[in-house]
Design a protein. Sequence first.
Length: 55
Amino acid sequence: MREVLMVYLCGVILLLAVSTTIDGDEGVGLDHILIAGFGWPILTPLLALRAWNGR
């Protein structure tokens, strides 16, 4: 469980660090960044499952 939490936190930190390089004129708001940062552990397996079933 400790490893899963560490991977999750590293992913959040990485996405938030990358988000600082996004310019304001690109139209990416803070809400999109937060959803990407905290929602990727849930959405990634769901999208992979949908892609696997769609083959």
